[in-house]
Design a protein around this ligand. Structure first.
Ligand SMILES: [Fe+2]
Ligand SMILES: [Fe+2]
Length: 192
């Protein structure tokens, strides 16, 4: 069964993966060219990850999707424990990354390596997390959830409206997304 909730989750995973890869690409390019990265764009991208996936996507997975899958597929308990732990650690992880970026911006080159290493770890952990959801949780949900489950999940996830998944951003976010799409490759953005 393909539901609105599953489509929203898939689209949001693809959007955040595109932003994370763009972040890495911008930092790598600045390293190769021996210049500072465009910190305004980096800040916008990290803010996006914090504001949309972190607060909307993860919370709905943990509160609405995972308990239903856990109830019907108890053997997935350890996987769900790991994913919930990632969600629980998400805010601290992004604060740490922000701090290291700020250090690089205000102190300079001596703080580049620490930021680059933290970014690599952050992106890799995030991509691994989403792969685990895509390969273990989504198929199990498709097979085992009931129409009542789907009705609730669809209503909750349809409300996310992440602008990187095709929704018109609220006016307050318009400038943020303009900045991100110019530096994120198609199909999510306009960058090369
Ligand atoms: Fe998640
Ligand atoms: Fe997810």
């Amino acid at each position: 069964m393909t539901s609105t909730a599953m489509r929203v989750i898939r689209d949001e995973h693809q959007a955040v993966a595109a932003v994370l890869r763009s972040l890495k690409m911008l930092v790598k390019r600045s390293h190769q060219n021996g210049v500072m990265p465009p910190f305004d764009v980096l800040r916008a991208m990290i803010f996006y990850v914090d504001e949309f996936p972190e607060r909307l996507h993860h919370t709905k997975e943990t509160e609405l999707l995972f308990p239903r899958v856990r109830a019907r597929r108890p053997e997935l308990g350890p996987v769900i424990d790991k994913l919930d732990a990632d969600h629980g650690h998400g805010e601290a992880a992004i604060r740490e990354l922000e701090h290291l970026m700020l250090a690089f911006e205000v102190i300079g080159e001596s703080r580049r390596e620490a930021f680059e290493n933290a970014l690599d770890r952050y992106v890799e952990a995030y991509l691994t997390h989403m792969t685990l959801e895509d390969t273990q949780i989504i198929p199990a949900a498709r097979e085992s959830l009931t129409p009542e489950d789907w009705a609730e999940l669809d209503a909750a996830f349809a409300a996310n409206r992440d602008p990187l998944t095709g929704h018109k951003p609220d006016a307050q976010y318009a400038r943020l997304f303009e900045q991100i799409v110019h530096h994120t490759p198609a199909p999510f953005g306009l960058g090369g």
